[in-house]
Design a protein around this ligand. Structure first.
Ligand code: CMP
Length: 140
């Protein structure tokens, strides 16, 4: 099925100037960028976005990292977009990410791991709506 997923190029990858290289991978895999914006998240926004992780030990570091610089946020659309994006990203921990994946090639640590991608249809819907009202998504 044609799906939409939320993707974030995190502060480490924005600082490394590899937004374009990461976008190229999405496009080469048949994923279409149907919405995008650059944002320097506030702690409140990052905390709300990652609310599911608020009781995890890494939560405060996660929020600190995600607010350390601007991020590039996009909606990717295509056949099986959620799983396809997760394949392109590789494992959360770049040390475990398969060769050739975005995290293997651009990430430095489990916090500075270059990209975020929604993990399931339910979270994708919530995450897309968090950053993009429907009128700002340009599907076909
Ligand atoms: P992301 O897909 O953006 O979702 C939550 C983020 O928390 C994750 O990527 C990692 O960057 C970060 N994180 C830090 N430590 C951990 C951990 N032990 N397990 C999962 N995620 C972690």
């Amino acid at each position: 099925a044609i799906e939409r997923t939320l993707s974030i190029v995190k502060p480490d990858a924005v600082a490394k100037n590899v937004i374009g290289k990461i976008y190229q991978r999405f496009e080469d895999a048949g994923l279409k960028i149907v919405a995008a914006r650059m944002v320097h998240l506030s702690a409140r926004e990052a905390g709300q976005f990652y609310a599911v992780h608020k009781d995890r030990p890494f939560f405060s570091e996660l929020v600190e990292f995600m607010t350390s610089g601007p991020v590039m946020i996009q909606v990717l659309e295509g056949e099986g977009a959620i799983a396809k994006n997760r394949e392109l990203m590789g494992a959360t921990d770049p040390k475990k990410a398969a060769p050739g994946t975005i995290r293997a090639d651009f990430a430095d640590s489990i916090d500075a791991n270059a990209v975020h991608g929604s993990d399931a249809p339910e979270t994708a819907a919530v995450e897309v709506a968090f950053f993009f009202p429907g009128m700002n998504i340009y599907s076909r």
